[in-house]
Design a protein around this ligand. Structure first.
Ligand code: 3PG
Length: 401
């Protein structure tokens, strides 16, 4: 794909697909990471004299104009992060958008209203893509976290105007390639989360690509139960036992070492700071449930990490939002932070809860790379082609070929 190194934006209208789908509670943005990570691309385009037209989806308005899902408040947040004014257009296509874009001077920034106010966005309707293309001399996609959606603003429009990857998109793709594309070995993957059933493709793909696959979270309970351990009242998926055994066999066939917990922290109730016990995996009392992996397991994972060159981390070990069931996640994260800082480990984390868990553990800043993506990171771990990335690649091919 082409990058900003290949684009001279001076005097050009540059349509920038951002992901401004930020977490908002009671009208307040609770985490500005996605905006902060977008700043370098916007500043680079603006400082080089581009007329920057930012578009994004926000939430899931399903093709309706839902006032609470307007991107208008994001214009102020963006302006604050950029340290320069950001205009706003009431629609992402049509007269309002065209008039606002026409007024832009070189180096100015405009934000368009939520692309998902049009049903054509999620349908990848060529009419919406054409409406967006009409506003632009060049298209820059910096929304890796929305690249798993084949929508008009992430995919369709990339075929209609010269298309480039922004700096955030580029950084995400380079980090992911360093993790699984062409990694320094040995590679360890840590996968946690509640359900085996939602991570089947991910486990299947990773077991073919990594040297050690560490399984934590409630999904480890399903694997342990499938091996014949009594799991008491632990969360697990009884209907996935055959699948879990098959995953273990296939991983073995592929030369991937699967590391399951050897000890667990159990409690009678899932609530903050209950009475807990640490037990071996064959000693879970019938009336108790596993809520974290134990210290022996954390130590075994840390030992593997000391031998490793690359780590991909998706999903916490335990119910980390409820103390003390964050202990294993925090302990392993501290080791990851130390090994990364010392220069021996390339550590990449992302997807859903993972970033919150790494922040909670205080190591997000020390990781080599933390992705801004949730669902897109997971689909990428599954080995899927992301339509937003594929469109940039085919745009680059048609330009060079
Ligand atoms: C995300 O927040 O993961 C992306 O912005 C995609 O959002 P979506 O799941 O609503 O498509």
């Amino acid at each position: 794909f082409l990058t900003l190194d290949d684009l001279d934006p001076r005097g050009k209208r540059v349509l920038l697909r951002a992901d401004l789908n930020l977490p908002v509670r009671d009208g307040q943005i609770t985490d500005r990471t996605r905006i902060e990570r977008l700043v370098p691309t916007i500043l680079e385009l603006a400082e080089k004299g581009g007329r920057v037209v930012v578009c994004s989806h926000f939430d899931r308005p399903k093709g309706k104009r839902v006032p609470e899902m307007s991107l208008r408040p994001m214009a102020a947040a963006l302006a604050q992060a950029l340290g320069r004014p950001v205009g706003f257009a009431e629609d992402c296509i049509g007269e309002a958008a065209e008039a606002a874009v026409a007024k832009l001077a070189d180096g100015e920034v405009l934000l368009l209203e939520n692309t998902r106010f049009h049903a054509g966005e999620e349908k990848n309707d060529p009419a919406l893509a054409a409406g967006l293309a009409k506003l632009a001399d060049a298209y820059v996609n910096d929304a890796f976290s929305a690249a798993h959606r084949a929508h008009a603003s992430t995919e369709g429009v990339a075929h209609l105007v010269p298309a480039y990857a922004g700096r955030l998109m580029q950084a995400e793709l380079e980090a992911l390639d360093a993790a699984l594309g062409n990694p320094a070995r040995p590679v360890v993957a840590i996968v946690g989360g509640a359900k085996v059933s939602t991570k089947l493709d991910l486990l299947g793909n990773l077991s073919k690509r990594v040297d050690v696959l560490v399984i934590g979270g409630a999904m480890a309970n399903t694997f342990l139960a499938a091996q014949g351990h009594g799991m008491g009242r632990s969360l697990q998926e009884a209907e996935m036992h055959d699948t879990a055994r098959r995953i273990l066999e296939e991983a073995q066939g592929a030369g991937c070492d699967i590391l399951l917990p050897s000890d667990l922290v159990v409690a009678a109730e899932f609530k903050p700071n209950p009475a807990t016990q640490t037990v071996p995996v064959d000693g879970v009392p019938a009336e108790m449930m596993a809520l974290d992996v134990g210290p022996d397991t954390a130590a075994a994972v840390e030992a593997r990490l000391r031998q490793a060159s690359t780590l991909v981390w998706n999903g916490p070990f335990g119910a980390f939002e409820t103390p003390p069931f964050d202990a294993a996640t925090v302990a392993v994260a501290a080791t990851v932070g130390a090994l990364t800082t010392a220069g021996g480990l390339k550590s990449i984390g992302g997807g859903g809860d993972t970033v919150a868990a790494l922040r909670h553990a205080g190591v997000a800043e020390r990781m080599t790379y933390v992705s801004t993506a949730g669902g897109a990171f997971l689909e990428w771990l599954e080995g899927k082609t992301l339509p937003g990335v594929a469109a940039l690649q085919s745009a680059a091919q048609s330009k060079t070929g």
